[in-house]
Ligand binder design. Structure first.
Ligand code: ADP
Ligand code: MG
Length: 169
């Protein structure tokens, strides 16, 4: 796979932190994860408004072969994507403020072994959210972004390890 706009070289990468110079680099970075994602994964995205959380998910969805528009789910809390037999749920809980809504919308059922869930603003859900497998934390820099990756489960570790092995080759 061509990984053009961002480098994985050790000089640009310290302790699992990656520097992404622009939006194209962010899209490429997301794209590079696509083939390592297994069903059942829950991936949380941390970062201020405008950090690039939705951009990262857009890159991943493009990498998975989704060719439509990937818009921010801010207003309806979730966008649903179906790519062949795979269901992807992209949540943005920025506007979530009533825990009854979690029950009423049946959000818990979205987190299951046949789907992949991306969650912006998991902080707003607190302990209603199942344990995340992977977490991306995006920091806004004067130019570009730093992104740190953390794992929360064995499934997350495995995904990250496979992704890292690929970048070395
Ligand atoms: P969020 O979902 O975190 O609120 P968005 O992805 O909607 O953020 O928007 C992020 C903004 O930052 C967009 O304008 C996008 O073009 C820009 N952006 C994304 N990644 C980068 C990057 N690595 N460097 C600079 N700008 C970026
Ligand atoms: Mg967003």
């Amino acid at each position: 796979m061509m990984l053009s706009n961002f480098t994985y070289s050790d000089s640009n990468h310290r302790d699992g932190v990656y520097y992404l110079v622009d939006e194209a680099a962010m899209l490429d970075f997301g794209n590079s994860f696509a083939s390592f994602l297994q069903t059942g994964l829950i991936i949380t995205l941390i970062g201020n408004l405008g950090a690039g959380k939705t951009t990262l998910v857009r890159g991943i969805l493009h990498g998975l072969g989704y060719q439509g528009i990937v818009k921010s789910p801010t207003y309806n809390l979730v966008e649903i994507y179906k790519i062949s037999r795979l269901y992807l749920y992209h949540f943005d809980f920025y506007r979530f403020n009533d825990s009854r809504e979690w029950e009423e919308a049946g959000f818990r059922e979205y987190f299951n072994s046949t789907s992949i869930c991306f969650v912006e603003w998991p902080e707003k859900i607190g302990n209603l959210l199942p344990n995340a497998d992977l977490q991306f934390s995006i920091e806004i820099l004067e130019t570009g972004r730093n992104i740190a990756i953390q794992t929360g489960t064995d499934a997350g570790k495995q995904c990250l390890e496979h992704w890292r092995n690929q970048k070395k080759t």
